[in-house]
Write a protein that binds this ligand. Structure first.
Ligand SMILES: NC(=O)c1ccc[n+]([C@@H]2O[C@H](COP(=O)([O-])OP(=O)(O)OC[C@H]3O[C@@H](n4cnc5c(N)ncnc54)[C@H](O)[C@@H]3O)[C@@H](O)[C@H]2O)c1
Length: 257
């Protein structure tokens, strides 16, 4: 038996239709969990759900836009049923816009907060209420970004929202610990996901510089850290943010010149 055994656990991966959400869902299923996929794109969610079922686990696909709190409430209730009882919730939904603070428009500023911060309250609160109602411990893990820990020139709206998410993680961890609920974040550098590959190719996101290329992570690298954090191996880890960036941000900047 693997030491990272999730046999019989119920998991929900929010934004699990592609990229690091899909990679995480498959890793959790390989560790034994029954994994339900929630995504705004039902077709993507159904495809990943079939991959999970092919591994011999229970799954299900739920379509919802997590930026709407009422949609999240019913989606978490549906995931509780479809998974046979939730123990784990992972929320990876997010995305960056690119504009300097001097010229970012109000709409972009609002959208980055909606897509990267607000729904974490909706998902986290619904999951926590569900666990408290069922008198069951739970593990919540979210995906932030190094842009929320350091300056993030030309995508300050995204960075500010992700910084807010890291604060949310610490407060939720503190408030929900008495209920047996742990809350942590994984903080990626740059990750080779289908969305990023498409954005780099289209030029809508700056292509990583040569110094970054050997630091790029694969979606599974993020999924690995998430799998640890939601497992019993991390049962005393809460309120934490683990950077997964190949050590990119640990370097003294002078060393990069
Ligand atoms: N890719 C990177 O280089 C990188 C780096 C740092 C942080 N991140 C963060 O990692 C996370 C995942 O990135 P990714 O590249 O795998 O993302 P992605 O866009 O490829 O996947 C996200 C999934 O979420 C779904 N989704 C988007 N909006 C939704 C909504 N409102 N409701 C429900 N589902 C929705 C999409 O349909 C998609 O299937 C994001 O939070 C992102 O900010 C990414």
């Amino acid at each position: 038996m693997s030491i990272l055994d999730l046999s019989g656990r119920g998991a929900l991966v929010v934004g699990g239709g592609q990229g690091m959400g899909r990679a995480t869902a498959l890793l959790l299923a390989q560790a034994g969990a029954n994994v339900v996929i929630l995504d705004a794109d039902l077709e993507r969610a159904e495809k990943v759900a079939s991959e999970i079922e092919a591994l011999g686990r229970k799954s299900g696909a739920i379509a919802a836009d997590v930026t709407r709190s009422d949609a999240v409430e019913s989606a978490v209730a549906a995931a509780e049923q479809a998974s046979g009882g939730l123990d784990i919730v992972v929320n990876i939904v997010g995305g960056a816009s690119w504009a300097p603070l001097l010229s970012v428009d109000d709409e972009t500023w609002e959208r980055d907060f909606a897509v990267n911060l607000r729904h974490h309250l909706y998902v986290g609160r619904s999951a926590a209420r569900n666990w408290i109602d069922h008198d069951r411990p739970g593990a919540l893990c979210v995906v932030a970004s190094v842009s929320g820990m350091f300056s993030s020139a030309r995508h300050g709206a995204y960075g500010a929202a992700k910084a807010g998410l890291l604060s949310f993680v610490r407060t939720a961890a503190e408030e929900w610990w008495p209920h047996g609920i742990r809350v942590n974040a994984v903080v990626p550098g740059a990750v080779r996901t289908p969305r990023m590959e498409a954005e780099w190719a289209a030029g809508t996101t700056p292509r990583p510089a040569d110094i970054l290329l050997d630091r790029l992570a694969d979606p599974e690298d993020i999924g690995g850290a998430i799998s640890f954090l939601v497992s019993d191996l991390a049962k005393k880890v809460t309120g934490q943010s683990i950077i997964v960036d190949g050590g990119w941000t640990t370097r003294f900047p002078y060393a990069l010149t």
